[in-house]
Ligand binder design. Sequence first.
Ligand code: AMP
Length: 176
Amino acid sequence: MKTNKERLIKSIRNIPDFPIPGIQFKDVTTLLKDAACMQILSEMMYEKYKNKGITKVVGIESRGFIMGPVLATRLNAGFIPIRKPGKLPANVIEECYTKEYGTDCIQIHKDAIDKNDIVLLHDDLLATGGTMKAACSLVKKLNPKKIYVNFIIELEELNGKSIFDKDIEVESILTL
Ligand code: AMP
């Protein structure tokens, strides 16, 4: 009999050479369209964080906006979006980071988090970790009590976990 993790891994579609040659793109839409897989994933995420006192789940645009709110609802936490520049309407703070080609910036509303919050940052996939590390720096500027980081998938060979500060607990549901 297949374990739940095996079932989820099998449901993820690999697209070679997308969006550019050499990238093995992990497509989670094939997991998300399967009702049983959605239940399993949401349960596994909830089990990991149900006793951590999470008050805010922060999702990174755009694939962090899918399971982020699902998890926030189950944890009885609020949901906060981190977005690309020019999308959030009120006062924001920004963090920029270097990517393979050029620079990217992300923003969060200044009043999204306060010193009483225990924050869980979520995105679908950990590759080099650059995006999530910038998101952690952004959230740290708002002085929450603690930051947790969660991904659905971690690409083990890229060793993205190693770039995070030791005080941040980084976990993924599936390792590929
Ligand atoms: P990184 O900053 O290198 O960890 O890249 C993470 C971001 O890029 C996430 O938002 C992912 O959704 C996306 N990403 C990077 N590599 C892949 C991949 N091989 N398959 C699917 N998404 C990816």
